[in-house]
Structure formats: structure tokens, C-alpha cells
Ligand binder design. Structure first.
Ligand code: HSE
Length: 386
């Protein structure tokens, strides 16, 4: 396939209806990505129906194609999938085995660590992407949302080769679990409020009575009311374990923090270098769609704080350095402030008591935007520019 011709690329979209897919459609509309491609929508459940009407998208094919039809998929120059890991497992290998040489852009984790796949986060790893493109790589995988949001904020320190090690404690939103998890969280908040509404309305009621009733209600939620977080209510609670148990004291989400950060930065055995040690404690909290994290770095030399701040602030157009002061932090470094925006605030940047090479920071990003959809649509643009 030559991409140098002037014709528009044919792009197949799979999984455009789900939460990440819907955010991707919004971003592609906003950036007018549809103007420069021939779009075909695929579906695994309603092939043959009319293609969706999406702002700014004049479809190439008015009919939804079957997402499991390898022949239809093979006609695409580029496939972008937000359909999830099971779809990738079912379709990717047979498609390649059938000789398809197009670009596969995927939000799921299945192919992330494959040697012939690049984890895409171009404001941070454009050199890695360009090198891979030149070598003929065609698998482009979105990173774990926590990792992508973190690197958008503090990637400058990794780019500069300053990080000896990093430790992160995360505060991950309900959306990371999926749309049903967000609904479940809100239903629980509502039920907890309902439980104590009469006591709250009475200014003379005792707060410990309110607290006791809330805790009793949390403990009394049914299996159906807590199904999405494995039987544990997130409303008014926190859960310090995300994703599967690796059996070595870490969760899969925590493993991704190290493995993916290194791969995104082009560090590790695959690139002939030694990985930077990264440890994570990943915690689910009751926010909606923004993942936050508290970071501790050991740098390999003593860099003045002002230089560190300048590097972070100047790294990319989305990072917003928040002065390490109370008012600026309360106003800007919150999940609510970031939700639905492309901004990546980084604050609480300071030298730590442990010594001049130790630096603390706090960062937040919308896990559906930079954490999921945005790197995918940007990769399409990078392919078009070849
Ligand atoms: N694994 C992430 C989470 C979302 O559970 O928050 C996907 O990257």
C-alpha cells in the first residue's frame, strides 16, 4: 500500500458507539478529521443498518459493514478500533494472516506490548513513532490511560533523561472501569444521600448518626447495586486495587505503569537499553472521568526547581503548570476542572525532604481524551502526513 498518493485514505471505524468511541467521534468531528478520509463504519451487532450520522462526517459507505467480515475490513487502508480487547483478539490475527498490510490503530491493551507494535502518544514519543514508521511498523496502540495522562504532564523529565526512578500513587476515576461503573457510582451516591436526607435536613441532627447510617447503607448494598466494582461500593469509598492480581503483590494496572512508560519512551530491552524502575499503587476513587496521580521522582542529578518547572511547562501545549500554592491548586488541580478538556495540569511540584534529587508532583488528565481517544485520531493524522 502506498500512502503517498493524493487519494484519501479509506478508514474503517469499529467500536464508535461505546464511551471511548463516542469521545473519539466527538474529537474527530471537532478537528474535522472526517474531511480528509473516506469513512466506513463497522458494527459487530447491527451490520446492514444505516451508518450513523456524525457531525462533519460524510460517510463513504452509507451502510454499516460487518466488523467480523475480514474481506470488508481488508479493503481499508486504516482501521481504528475502540471495540475492546475481545474484538482485537478475534479479528487482528486472521486479518494479518490474510495478507492485510494496512494500519491498525487500537485503543485496547491486547497488542500494546507486542514487539511489532508502538504505544502512541505523539506529543511525548514522536521520535519513536517516526522511527517505527520508517521501518514499516503498522500497529499503533493507545496506551493505558493512567500512563498516557501522566506522561502528557511530566514526560519532559523522561525526555531529558533525568529520571532515575519514579513512584506513583493514583486516584483513578470510575470511567476507567467503563460506562456502567460511572452509572453505578452515581446511583450509590444517590442512595447514600437518600438514606440520610431527613437527618441532613435537620441542622440539629448528629453527624455521627448520619455517618453511621451511611456506612450501614454502604455495607448493605446488594450484589446488583455493586456488580461493576466486583461487589464493592465505590460511592463514599475507595478501592486500592485495579485490574487483575499478578500474584506478586502488584496489580496489572500497576505493572502497566512501568512497562508502558518505558516502552512509550523507547526505553528497555526492545530498544537496547535498561528500563527505568517505576512503581505504582493504583487506587479507584469516586470521581467521574479524570485520573490523577501523586508522583515521586528521584532524579539522577540535582536540578534547580525553576528549571524543572520550566521543562514541564514548556513540554507541550496542553500541560498547564499550576503554582505550588493553595489557591491555585484548589482552583486548577482538580478532576472537576479538567473533565472534558484537553488540559493536563501539573502542580505540587517541589523538592522533597529526602534530598535535592527527590521531586514531588501531582497531575490530572481526562482519561477518555488524552487517556484514550486523542492519541488514536492524532496517529491517523501522522499516517496521512507520510
Ligand atoms: N485501566 C484503566 C482503569 C482504564 O481501570 O482506570 C483503561 O486504561
Amino acid at each position: 500500500m502506498s500512502l503517498s498518493s493524493a487519494r484519501k485514505l479509506s478508514v474503517g471505524l469499529v467500536g464508535w458507539r461505546g464511551m471511548v468511541g463516542s469521545v473519539l467521534m466527538q474529537r474527530m468531528s471537532a478537528e474535522r478529521d472526517f474531511d480528509s478520509i473516506e469513512t466506513t463504519f463497522f458494527s459487530t451487532s447491527s451490520a446492514g443498518s444505516a451508518a450513523p450520522k456524525i457531525d462533519g462526517c460524510k460517510v463513504f459507505d452509507p451502510i454499516l459493514q460487518d466488523g467480523n467480515d475480514l474481506t470488508a475490513l481488508k479493503a481499508m487502508d486504516v482501521i481504528i478500533t475502540c471495540q475492546g480487547g475481545d474484538y482485537t483478539k478475534a479479528v487482528y490475527a486472521p486479518l494479518r494472516a490474510g495478507g492485510w498490510k494496512g494500519h491498525w490503530i487500537d485503543a485496547s491493551k491486547i497488542l500494546r506490548m507486542a514487539d511489532d507494535a508502538i504505544i502512541i502518544l505523539d506529543p511525548i514519543n514522536m521520535p519513536v513513532i517516526q522511527t517505527a514508521l520508517a521501518k514499516g511498523v503498522t500497529n499503533w496502540i493507545g496506551g493505558n490511560c493512567t500512563v498516557s495522562c501522566m506522561l502528557m504532564g511530566v514526560g519532559a523529565l523522561f525526555k531529558a533523561g533525568l529520571v532515575e526512578w519514579m513512584q506513583t500513587s493514583t486516584y483513578q476515576a470510575a470511567s476507567g472501569g467503563g460506562a456502567p461503573n460511572m452509572r453505578e457510582l452515581l446511583l450509590q451516591y444517590g442512595a447514600l444521600h437518600h438514606e440520610v436526607a431527613d437527618l441532613l435536613a435537620d441542622p440539629a441532627s448528629a453527624i455521627l448518626d448520619i455517618d453511621r447510617k451511611v456506612t450501614a447503607k454502604q455495607r448493605a448494598f446488594t450484589d446488583a447495586e455493586t456488580a461493576n466494582f466486583r461487589g464493592v461500593p465505590l460511592g463514599g469509598n475507595l478501592i486500592p486495587w485495579i485490574d487483575t492480581d499478578r500474584g506478586d503483590g502488584t496489580s496489572l494496572e500497576e505493572w502497566k505503569g512501568g512497562a508502558e512508560t518505558n516502552k512509550i519512551m523507547g526505553i528497555g530491552a526492545l530498544f537496547g537499553s535498561t528500563e527505568i524502575p517505576i512503581d505504582s499503587t493504583c487506587v479507584r476513587i469516586g470521581s467521574m472521568r479524570c485520573h490523577a496521580q501523586s508522583l515521586t521522582f528521584k532524579l539522577n542529578k540535582d536540578v534547580p526547581l525553576a528549571d524543572i518547572e520550566a521543562m514541564i511547562a514548556n513540554d507541550n501545549e496542553w500541560v498547564k503548570l499550576v503554582p505550588n500554592e493553595r489557591e491555585a491548586t484548589e482552583k486548577n488541580l482538580t478532576a472537576m476542572n479538567v473533565a472534558g478538556t484537553m488540559n493536563i495540569p501539573v502542580g505540587r511540584v517541589r523538592k522533597l525532604a529526602m534530598g535535592p534529587q527527590y521531586v514531588g508532583a501531582f497531575t490530572i488528565g481526562d482519561q477518555l481524551l488524552w487517556g484514550a481517544a486523542e492519541p488514536l485520531r492524532r496517529m491517523l493524522r501522522i499516517i496521512q502526513a507520510q
